[in-house]
Write a protein that binds this ligand. Sequence first.
Ligand code: SF4
Ligand code: SF4
Length: 294
Amino acid sequence: MENKEKGFRIAVLSGKGGTGKTLVSVNLAALQADSAYVDCDVEEPNGHLYFPMEKEAKTQVYSPIPQVNDDLCNGCRECVDFCRFYALAYINEKVKVFENICHSCLGCGLVCPTNAITFNNSTVGTVSTGKHQGIHVYSGSLEIGKASGIPIIKELLKKSHKEKRLVMTDCPPGSACIVMESIKDADYCVLVAEPTIFGAHNLALVHELVSLFHIPYGVVLNKCTDSKNPSEKYCEENKIPILAKLDFDPELGKLNSDGKIVVWEKEEYRTIFEEMASRIAKEVGHETVVGIER
Ligand code: SF4
Ligand code: SF4
């Protein structure tokens, strides 16, 4: 891998779940013996199924949740009006906090004119770290019912930032603010898209998002067949580099759904992913980004 001093961060994203984002990120990470893989899909983390951790270390992640002192509250409802997540309500002359939909923005505390609001830390999930066959693995998990995984992603990024190696970030699906958090420090973004009209629509959403960040990017077209590929057409029309085209292959689907790393299982896929890595390297102007060292 080039640039060991600072590391190189590649974020893999897609407009929706099930497009092959995790397939691409785990296999790119697996090409290199000492890379890091960060699973930021904290609502449905499944990277650990590909990279089960040896000596897993878990830490709790906390988030501030408002507590209202009824003796200080004058019932002005400024906090209720402020909260755009509807996590506060004024009921029976008291402010009620719906903890599970609070996004911990701290705003209600700032607008309260009587300083009736303070914040207590509440658990939102966990971050796990460990290694699998030399790959440094970071995985986050949001507790069921909690509103926002952003504190967990921040913790994952903080921990993985110390890595002076190739870091593959497997982002949450979609194009919401939680995805922005995952890609904002990336050196390069890989967008994964399916060959359908919906695939092209979802690709357009993530394309719009990465364009805002001015990070170089390219597309991996997954599940390709001989039929028309609206996502490929979108790339051509918008002059987006196509890093690779993965054909629809039931065997690949089976290996992947069994939690197998296809570049370790089949030479044919190793070659495809190595070419994808070379293409990324070319796009960012490095000789090698994802090394071919394993
Ligand atoms: S911290 Fe933010 S999200 Fe939570 S209740 Fe207050 S205003 Fe709403
Ligand atoms: S802003 Fe403060 S004083 Fe006003 S209702 Fe909310 S907690 Fe009470």
